[in-house]
Design a protein around this ligand. Structure first.
Ligand code: CA2
Length: 151
């Protein structure tokens, strides 16, 4: 059994409408739900002995508050969804000492709407994973968990 280190917290944050994941546009977002995303993330953090806080909000101001509260944690995985184009969310991410990895379920560079690729928030992240479905969350967590051991 891996012992949980209660002092090490990784945050997985989700923006507007991701609570509806799995309900429509399965050809773009797949059929898995936000609960499936939480299970996936929980499994990975549990195995690493790290505490995870998983949040989804439909409110941009609330997302900013959540980011601020998480700013000095061990890491943040964020799918800002429709808030990906927000200067205020970018500014909140830039104020974080926590390493940030941005995730998009779909490949925002291959979508029919070119504006989807013009994310502002990516400027506040170490890197971005886009188009690998919900597996992107797992890969982002693996990166943050690996980076933690590198001192
Ligand atoms: O691909 C992603 O993860 C996105 O961040 C998802 C956002 C979209 O605005 C971004 O351009 C790309 C949309 C989130 C809402 O997702 C739903 C999925 C299925 C059903 C309802 C909402």
């Amino acid at each position: 059994m891996v012992t949980q280190d209660e002092n090490v917290v990784i945050h997985v944050l989700n923006g507007p409408n991701l609570n509806l994941l799995g309900e429509r546009e399965p050809e773009v977002y797949g059929t898995q739900t936000i609960a499936d995303v939480e299970h996936l993330c929980c499994r990975i953090c549990d195995a690493a002995g790290v505490r995870m806080e998983f949040r989804q909000t439909n409110s941009e101001p609330e997302l900013i508050e959540i980011i601020q509260a998480a700013r000095s944690s061990a890491g943040i995985v964020i799918n800002p969804a429709g808030c990906s184009y927000s200067v205020s969310v970018l500014d909140a991410l830039k104020a974080c000492t926590a390493p940030v990895v941005e995730v998009h379920i779909s490949n925002i560079h291959a979508r029919s709407e070119p504006w989807r690729a013009d994310t502002r928030t990516t400027g506040g992240a170490i890197g971005v994973i886009s188009g690998l479905g919900i597996e992107g969350y797992g890969l982002a967590l693996q990166y943050l968990l690996g980076a933690r051991g590198e001192g």
